[in-house]
Design a protein around this ligand. Sequence first.
Ligand code: CMP
Length: 148
Amino acid sequence: VLQLTLAVIKPDAVAHPLISEAVHEKILSNRLLIIRSKILNWTRSDSQNFYTEHSGRFFYQRLVEFMSSGPLRAYILAHEDAIKLWRDLMGPTKVFRARYTMPESIRGLYGLTDTRNTTHGSDSVESAKREMAFFFPEFSVSSWYEQE
Ligand code: CMP
């Protein structure tokens, strides 16, 4: 069975058609399969709930504001190694590190700041399940993994 992950193009990149198109192309050229895709807007409380694990961090307020500031594009992606592959394509969270260590990564190329860092990707199988359910409540992750 192919592994699933949740990928998000954040408002900084959705607002820029050339960048969101380049990210979409990266998905396709790396043979990640697009299982679901949609554009949506978050309320502040969606943003707070999704990022609740960061609620004590110094960047939480700005993250919540940013993620509810404009449209998001969310994907469920499939690949044998989807979680790691997508995270490798994104590069490091911090834009300075991304620029220097992985300049060809998505964040290396397009990240604006540590908060406005172009994309999100699940970091584990467990968070992928939670995050896919958050964005695509009608999608049954368990029946995907029961196929075979
Ligand atoms: P993401 O992969 O969506 O997960 C948490 C987000 O918090 C992260 O990307 C960034 O947008 C933001 N973030 C993480 N670390 C920092 C930081 N040091 N400063 C500002 N924003 C951060």
